[in-house]
Design a binder for this molecule. Sequence first.
Ligand code: FMN
Length: 388
Amino acid sequence: MLRFLTAGESHGPELVAIVEGVPAGFEIDPGQINEDLARRQKGYGRGGRMAIERDQVRIVSGLRFGRTLGSPVTLIVENKDFKSWQKRMSIDPRDRGEAVPVTRPRPGHADLAGVLKYNLEDIRDVLERASARETTARVAVGALAKQILAPFGVEVLGYVVSIGPIESRTPDDIGMAELRRLSEQSQVRVLDGEAERAIIAEIDACKKTGDTLGGVVEVVAHGLPVGLGSHVQWDRKLDGRLAGALLSLQAAKGVEVGVGFRAAALRGSALHDEIGYDQAARRFTRSSNNSGGSEGGMSTGEPLRVRVAFKPISTLMRPLRSVDIRTKAEATGAIERSDVCAIPAAAVIAETVVAFELARAFVEKFGGDSRSEIARNYQGYLEQVRNF
Ligand SMILES: Cc1cc2nc3c(=O)[nH]c(=O)nc-3n(C[C@H](O)[C@H](O)[C@H](O)COP(=O)(O)O)c2cc1C
């Protein structure tokens, strides 16, 4: 089973991920992981931190001569900013005096629930791990997962559909290559130039007033076979697993599969994707893809389409009302160096999270300890589906 854990504080020395269950024989290019790490760092509206970091992965286990060994893969990304935090983030108790405790919880962040739950006096002990800096490790893992999926023709891409109140138009039936080209060249990862200009103006306006923005991202995956995930048990359903993984992202507040919440307002006759059969290609076809490529907790073989809604960043430069946890006196939320809007980065993060869940379902379905064994099982399955 493919699984991973991440570790590391936002201003600690390193972020680490250990990925277990990667079959042997997959060619892994650290350069491609670095590309996704760089994509995660980009986007109009990020704060000062991203100017300091130059995220690069260091792979210290599980790989030899560019190929996976079947053993755990350890991915490490250095926090360059640690240099300025060595004393304040030290593991040595003698350095405690160097740190000024954070005592004013920010509404919307993990601060208050975290100190109460873990019985901590310094909010920094919570925020360092709650921070979305953690997603650097998840992006590295997902970028690795993409290299497990790629040999089987599966491609995954995330882009932005709205930021704050501004929606970007996505052309119908746009191909993966065009989707990638347009979103990659946009400063806010949208497909629509007019929306991009309006979004940048909105981010500038928020920056001026000390405010922040959220938004919605979409992830599409092409080339999936029918039947990843399963209807037979709740925790094997692909849509449920995707939603769980995506909602675990910092600031994520909602997930939609296919037309999502809009489905509730439609009649069944208008929603469901009618079934046909292409004799020449020997495959079942669909008249539409409102399901987003998922029925019964299984992939349908149509493009997978999921959306994630992210709330606005909770650190405001013009902070909201709060209470000092030490004195219980009225206060305002603490100010930490922060992004105004991180939705372009969230699109890359969601993309890599989806890639990991798909790779997990793929390895589960086509099981095996090596790429060649998986490839054999995969080909046999495709044959079975064609001959159905
Ligand atoms: C890419 C990304 C960057 C983020 N950057 C910040 C930030 O700079 N400042 C901040 O207060 N929150 C930021 N957040 C959101 C917080 O990490 C998140 O709101 C917090 O951990 C509480 O978790 P919750 O929102 O899931 O409840 C970011 C989230 C994402 C996805």
